[in-house]
Design a protein around this ligand. Structure first.
Ligand code: ATP
Ligand code: MG
Length: 424
C-alpha cells in the first residue's frame, strides 16, 4: 500500500460520519445570519497575489511565509486565498456595491495557509467570514458580537468561549503609540526573541501578539495602547461596551489584543476558548475602515470577523448531539420479479412520500444478507418486496428498531404508513 497517494499534509477529508455535524452547524449558522438580515456572497478561491500583498500587508506572517502562491500558465502570479476579507472587498469594489450603500455579507469556504499543521491549525481550513460595509456607528461593531453570542448559544457552546475586546484607535493614534512601544522594547532587547527583533523594525505592534511564553513578562509591562486613544476612539469603544453591558454579555478588555493583520482600526475582538490548547482563538475580527481606501476605493467603513470552522467543530464534538440517520426505510427485493420491479417501486415511493429517505438494495442476494444491510443502514423500517407481493400489489413492512411483528399490506397502505412516519 506504500504507493497509495495520500492527501496533502495539513489538508483533511471530512468523512461521511462527520458530515452530519458539519451540516448541523452550517444550518444553524445560516439561520442566525439570516435572522440579522445578512446575505451570502460567493467568491473565487484564487485571487491575484497583489490583492493580498496590498491588503494584508507585506510584513505579516501570512504574506511573508504562509501563502500558496504560484504562476499560472500566462505567467500571472496567483494565490490560493489565505483569508476572505480581501476578496470580498475586491468583489464589492469591482461591482460597485460600495457606492452610497450599506451591506451585511457573509461567505463560507476553504482558506489556505502554509503553516505547521497541528490540532486546530491546518493548511486548508474553512472559515465563515462576515463583513459589513458603510456603517461608522459603534452599533454595527456591537451587532457582530451579539450575532456571535447568539450563534454560540444556538450551537450549545456558549460556556466554552469568552469574549476579549480592545481598541486600536486611529492610524494617527497608533503611530504615536508605536513610537513609545518601540522605545520600550529597545530598552528590553535582551528579552526579545528573533521574530520580535525583526518585527521591532517592521511591525512592532505584532510583538504584542507573540505566542512565545518566554516573552510574557516583557509584553505584560509594555505601554498600553488604550492610554493613547483620543476622545472619538474612546467614545466609540465605550458605546460598544455599553451595549454589551446592557444586554448582559460579559467581556474582558485585553489591551494586548492587536490581531495579526495590519488593516484594523478602532474595535478588535476575539472569541477564545481554553479547550483547544494554543489554538485558542475561534473567531476574530474588528473594524478596518482604512482597507477600502488602501484597495483603491473611496473612504468608507468596514467591520467584520472570521470564524474557524474546524475549531468550532472541535468544540462541538464533545456535545454528543443526536444525529438523524441518513436512511428512513430500506427496500429489500427477493425473487426475479421483485428484483426487476424494485427500482420502479422505490421511485413511486419517493414520488408519493415527501421527504422520505429511501435506500434500495441494489446488490441483491439472500433475504438474510439484505436484511443485515437494512439493519446496518440505520433505517427504522425494512420494506420487503417478494415475488408474491409483486403479483398481489402488496409489500411487507418490518420494523428494525422494535419487536413489532412483520405485516403485509397493500402498497397504497404502505405509502400512507410511510407518509405518517416521515417528517418532511
Ligand atoms: P492564529 O493566531 O491562531 O494563527 P490568525 O490570527 O492567523 O489565528 P485569522 O486570520 O484572524 O487567524 O483567522 C480567523 C480564524 O480562522 C482564527 O481565529 C481561527 O479560528 C481560524 N484559523 C486561522 N488560521 C487557521 C488554520 N491554519 N487552521 C485552522 N483554522 C485557522
Ligand atoms: Mg495565524
Amino acid at each position: 500500500m506504500a504507493n497509495n497517494i495520500q492527501a496533502v499534509r495539513g489538508m483533511h477529508d471530512v468523512l461521511p460520519d462527520q458530515t452530519p455535524l458539519w451540516q448541523y452547524a452550517e444550518k444553524i449558522i445560516r439561520e442566525v445570519l439570516s435572522s440579522y438580515g445578512y446575505s451570502e456572497i460567493r467568491l473565487p478561491i484564487v485571487e491575484k497575489t497583489e490583492l493580498f500583498k496590498r491588503s494584508i500587508g507585506e510584513v505579516t506572517d501570512i504574506v511573508e511565509k504562509e501563502m500558496y502562491t504560484f504562476d499560472d500558465r500566462n505567467g500571472d502570479s496567483l494565490t490560493l486565498r489565505p483569508e476572505g476579507t480581501a476578496g470580498c472587498l475586491r468583489a464589492c469594489l469591482e461591482h460597485g456595491l460600495l457606492h452610497n450603500q450599506v451591506h451585511r455579507l457573509w461567505y463560507y469556504g476553504q482558506m489556505y495557509r502554509h503553516e505547521r499543521p497541528q490540532k486546530g491549525r491546518y493548511r486548508q481550513f474553512i472559515q465563515l467570514g462576515v463583513e459589513t460595509y458603510g456603517m461608522s456607528a459603534p452599533d454595527i461593531d456591537a451587532e457582530l458580537i451579539l450575532l456571535m453570542d447568539r450563534l454560540w448559544k444556538r450551537l450549545g457552546i456558549r460556556d466554552k468561549v469568552s469574549l476579549q475586546l480592545n481598541s486600536l484607535g486611529t492610524i494617527a493614534e497608533r503611530l504615536v503609540y508605536r513610537e513609545s512601544l518601540v522605545s520600550y522594547f529597545q530598552q528590553h532587547l535582551e528579552q526579545l526573541d528573533e521574530d520580535s527583533l525583526r518585527r521591532l523594525k517592521t511591525n512592532p505592534l505584532r510583538i504584542l501578539d507573540t505566542k512565545n511564553p518566554a516573552m510574557k513578562d516583557v509584553v505584560a509591562n509594555a505601554p498600553e495602547l488604550m492610554a493613547y486613544l483620543g476622545g472619538e476612539s474612546l467614545q466609540h469603544f465605550k458605546a460598544i461596551t455599553t451595549i454589551l453591558d446592557t444586554i448582559g454579555i460579559s467581556y474582558t478588555i485585553n489591551t494586548r489584543l492587536v490581531r495579526g493583520l495590519d488593516y484594523y482600526s478602532k474595535t478588535v475582538f476575539e472569541w477564545v476558548t481554553t479547550e483547544l490548547g494554543s489554538q485558542g482563538t475561534v473567531c476574530a475580527g474588528g473594524r478596518y475602515d482604512g482597507l477600502i481606501e488602501q484597495l483603491g476605493g473611496k473612504p468608507n467603513h468596514a467591520v467584520g470577523f472570521a470564524m474557524g470552522m474546524e475549531r468550532l467543530l472541535a468544540l462541538m464534538e464533545t456535545l454528543d448531539l443526536p444525529v438523524a440517520p441518513a436512511v428512513d426505510a430500506y427496500l429489500i427485493c427477493v425473487g426475479e420479479h421483485a428484483e426487476q420491479q424494485g427500482i420502479y417501486f422505490a421511485e413511486t415511493l419517493r414520488n408519493q412520500v415527501a421527504g422520505l429517505k429511501l435506500q434500495i438494495d441494489c446488490v441483491g442476494g439472500s433475504f438474510k444478507s439484505q436484511f443485515k444491510k437494512a439493519d446496518k443502514s440505520g433505517a427504522t423500517v425494512a420494506l420487503i418486496l417478494g415475488d408474491d407481493e409483486v403479483s398481489r400489489g402488496e409489500i411487507s413492512i418490518k420494523s428494525l428498531r422494535d419487536n413489532q411483528a412483520q405485516q403485509t399490506v397493500s402498497q397504497q397502505a404502505a405509502i400512507q404508513f410511510l407518509q405518517a412516519q416521515t417528517v418532511s
